[in-house]
Write a protein that binds this ligand. Sequence first.
Ligand SMILES: NC(=O)c1ccc[n+]([C@@H]2O[C@H](COP(=O)([O-])OP(=O)(O)OC[C@H]3O[C@@H](n4cnc5c(N)ncnc54)[C@H](OP(=O)(O)O)[C@@H]3O)[C@@H](O)[C@H]2O)c1
Length: 325
Amino acid sequence: MVAAVRVHKHGGPEVLTFEQVDVAAPGPGQVRIKQRVCGVNFIDTYFRMGMYASPVGMPFVSGNEGAGDVVAVGQGVSDIQVGDRVAYVSALGGYAEERLLPAERAVKIPSSISYEQAAGMMLKGMTAQYLLRRTFKVAPGNTVLVHAAAGGVGQILSQWAKHLGATVIGTVGSKDKAAIAKASGCDHTILYRDEDFASRVKEITGGALCDVVYDGIGKDTFPKSLDCIRPLGMFASFGSASGKVEAFDINILQFNGSLFATRPTLNNYTATRKDLLMTANDLFDVVAAGKVKIPVTQKYALKDAQKAHADLESRNTTGSSVLIP
Ligand SMILES: NC(=O)c1ccc[n+]([C@@H]2O[C@H](COP(=O)([O-])OP(=O)(O)OC[C@H]3O[C@@H](n4cnc5c(N)ncnc54)[C@H](OP(=O)(O)O)[C@@H]3O)[C@@H](O)[C@H]2O)c1
């Protein structure tokens, strides 16, 4: 038996239950991982509250990201071996001392990357990678708007967009967060709880607006985010921290300047092993080169997952949060 955090019924952070679970020997194509650090992500709250359905039904072990050591491999696994340091994303069952994982989802961690960094960056950093390099290919001279720029994804997006030569505008919920966003590469910050962020973007850009808006907030920033985008620009709505974007009239994209709008997710961008490794390696490269730093700001014991979720949902966090089994 190993310690894990399970959800037996949907609800608030209080439904996260610290308990003992069985972990079987790995089956064909699986590996067993002894986890050193587990990542905490907003998507974990969506599964907990039932916005996303658990693929394994109830109860399920919460969490979608972790880093640790391979302690056993199943039949047919050849490229991952016992003793390898690995990390993974997008596989429910993360908040646990040990877990099984399809070997094809495991990524070997370079020796220059710590377990803590890996668990703090795989999901958020690979998301930043596809948003900046594939959803909209950011180039020098572009202007980008990053919502929640002091958050986990937000700080990585801001640093990486700056590294790519963009002018970065970041929205944040407080003055303290504005200072963090500036240190993460934002040229301009907007206190979107106090100011009309669309008017401020217009002012900052002299009316030229942004080439792309990266919006992980959802309900509260829609449709105003569209007013921040230049004609033919891109609206990348990649999350719902404030709730889902409600159904809207697609003609709004025409009236705002023939905009492109997408609702991307990491699962699709890393569906093949080739894409998974390409995305992870691109992230490892910018981190190893010191171009993107991974701030793991909140660290909790595994048994304190309830507090980790409560802090994340009450906007009390910056950077990444992790659980230590
Ligand atoms: N599509 C994908 O592939 C993908 C992958 C990873 C993450 N995501 C999404 O990216 C977003 C950020 O994830 P994260 O894990 O890095 O979280 P995070 O940004 O560290 O935390 C969320 C932040 O959103 C802001 N926020 C605004 N309104 C909020 C509200 N009503 N409730 C809570 N927070 C609110 C807060 O920052 P301020 O105080 O500065 O407003 C808060 O700190 C989430 O929407 C997540 O679902 C999507």
